[in-house]
Write a protein that binds this ligand. Structure first.
Ligand SMILES: [Zn+2]
Length: 83
């Protein structure tokens, strides 16, 4: 069964935190390696996480998380078409 981008989204934070199994990690990396949208997502998350860690101790704010999710959804809706 092939997963689509949104299936990976919920795992990306855990992936960046190293909180996924080696199997899932490999799966995510394989997908991200050939998916531009998810590359952008991972890069954005990495930058955001780094900024948060360097600047402030708290995690992503809910507002920022919602903004990111909204941006990505727009991206995917455009690329894959709305259901
Ligand atoms: Zn993807």
């Amino acid at each position: 069964m092939e997963k689509k981008c949104p299936d990976y989204i919920s795992n990306l934070n855990d992936y960046l935190d190293g909180g996924v199994t080696p199997e899932l990690c490999a799966e995510i990396e394989a997908h991200v390696g050939q998916c531009k949208n998810c590359q952008i997502m991972v890069d954005t998350l990495k930058q955001t996480v780094r900024l948060c860690r360097e600047g402030r101790p708290e995690a992503l704010s809910p507002a920022l998380e919602a903004k990111l999710a909204g941006l990505l959804k727009q991206h995917w809706d455009k690329k894959f078409g709305k259901k």
